[in-house]
Design a protein around this ligand. Structure first.
Ligand code: ZN
Length: 493
């Protein structure tokens, strides 16, 4: 049987009759230095089973002690996601047996989660949509099963308990998304907020952000939800989108052929791009939740909550709006500039150093981000620092170098870390076309293009750019653009 046998290819017009209902469950590791119930380090990448103690190994007789910092980080996330932080919440035992869970239960929160009823706003092709967040609760991570890389991997299982007890926030959305693209936009927005608040590094490759999707389909206009299927193992943004696309088509295919969708958990197989049934929900575990007797309920006073709220940084949406307002950049520019907290700080430092805000926005997007991307560097590692970047932008603005030359200077700065003025002086790159040479070139261009002169004089201002371009060409890009502008204006008036 072909592995993809479950996927009945559905014609686009049939697919178009349906809509999907999607909710996401996201687990993020919180950036505490120690685990949630013991003092072991949470550092990633240490040798297996070196960051463990009797508590996180679940040895009999040990007692958990709640890490206050983990609660505080979960509160930060909750408040940034517009949730209500509950004054009283409680840990519960989720009982199940698995080798990565040495106690035989996971300490989680169940009927009284830390925070509820939040929302975030996503933007997709200019349209904004609010996606509800049902709850955010705290829990401990399980250990990691290692299936490969050991001499006896073929016959034995290995477990690394370093991860066991790392604090997690589980963020459950409302089933508010209708397309794979919306799910992608939600996860992107959520991740950006979590990064801005420094709650998690959200590194999907290292497993510090993990996502499961609940997907069902129904005929457009129907009020009732279809049977939902949980899709696990979505280890990247791209997989998330592909897996949901696959799942929608699979479910529509079943419904169209008169079948019934079983409620189940499916696993996304990236190598072969399909989901496969993992377990049926009808036979799901009963986790026998009950309040954790070894921990006191969590009490968050109004004063503590407000202290955490007061320490929140400016969030991405507010920063985007402020950039448009304060610097006069376009919403699209603002989106790029505030992509990460670091890039937004970099941009503001360039402006503070005296660069014209809109010009700085352009230079950052065209030159800086392009060079960073090409050299596979993060903005933190940029060889060109904000002050010297501003110096170059100012030199171009003053006409000390032309835009074209400025770009070359930037490339050298990026390569060598040298200052703009130094490069311009050493390589003789200063704008060096005398005004009378510019004027001569301008006169010649005007003489050769009487039609365009007529157009300009009859009010077609757009044609002015043509003249500037021609003069710059005639002076091989070496003229000061401001001087070219001024001289042309004078001659054409
Ligand atoms: Zn420990």
């Amino acid at each position: 049987m072909a592995k993809n046998a479950e996927l009945v290819s559905v014609p686009a017009d049939v697919l178009a009759k349906y809509e999907a209902v999607i909710g996401l469950e996201v687990h993020v590791q919180l950036l505490t230095s120690t685990k949630i119930f013991c003092g072991c380090s949470t550092r990633f990448g240490d040798p297996p089973n070196t960051n463990v103690c009797p508590v996180c190994l679940g040895l009999p007789g040990t007692l958990p002690v709640l890490n206050k910092r983990a609660v505080e980080m979960a509160m930060r996330a909750s408040l940034a996601l517009n949730c209500t932080v509950q004054e009283h919440s409680r840990f519960a035992r989720k009982n199940y047996f698995y080798p990565d869970l040495p106690k035989g239960y996971q300490i989680s929160q169940y009927e009284l989660p830390l925070a509820t009823e939040g929302w975030i706003e996503t933007e997709l092709s200019g349209a904004r949509k609010r996606i509800g967040i049902t709850r955010l609760h705290l829990e401990e991570d399980a250990a990691k099963n290692l299936h490969e890389g050991f001499s006896e991997s073929a016959t034995k299982g290995y477990v690394d308990y370093n991860r066991c007890g790392t604090p997690l926030a589980e963020i459950v959305s409302e089933p508010d998304m209708r397309t794979p693209e919306e799910a992608y936009a939600y996860l992107t927005t959520l991740r950006q907020i979590l990064l801005y608040t420094r709650v998690s590094d959200c590194n999907m490759e290292e497993g510090s952000l993990r996502c499961d999707a609940n997907v069902s389909v129904r005929l457009k206009g129907a009020q009732e939800f279809g049977t939902k299927v949980e899709v696990k193992n979505l280890n990247s943004f791209r997989f998330l989108q592909k897996a949901i696309e696959y799942e929608i088509e699979r479910q529509v295919g079943i419904v169209e052929s008169g079948g019934r969708i079983p409620q189940e958990t499916r696993l996304w197989n990236q190598a072969e791009s399909y989901t496969v049934a993992m377990r049926s929900k009808e036979k799901a575990h009963d986790y026998r939740y009950f309040p954790e007797p070894d921990l006191l309920p969590v009490h968050v006073s109004a004063a503590w909550r407000e202290e955490v709220r007061g320490a929140l940084p400016e969030l991405p949406a507010a920063k985007r709006a402020r950039f448009v307002e304060q610097y006069g950049v376009t919403p699209d520019d603002a989106k790029v500039l505030t992509g990460t907290a670091t890039s937004s700080v970099f941009y503001e430092d360039v402006v503070k150093a005296g660069a014209q805000p809109k010009t700085a926005a352009n230079w950052m997007q065209t030159e800086l981000l392009r060079h960073l991307k090409e050299s596979n560097k993060e903005i933190e590692e940029s060889p060109v620092k904000p002050a010297s970047f501003a110096e170059l932008i100012i030199m171009v603005g003053n006409g000390q170098v032309t835009g074209t030359v400025g770009k070359k200077v930037f490339a050298t700065m990026f390569e060598t870390g040298r200052a703009a003025a130094e490069i311009v002086a050493a390589e003789g790159l200063g704008a060096k076309v005398a005004d009378d040479a510019i004027e001569a070139a301008a006169r010649e261009v005007i003489a050769k293009n009487p039609d365009n002169v007529a157009k300009y004089k009859s009010g077609n201002e757009g044609v002015f750019k043509f003249f500037v371009g021609q003069v710059m060409k005639a002076t091989r890009g070496q003229a000061n653009p401001q001087a070219v502008n001024d001289i042309l204006k004078k001659l054409l008036s």
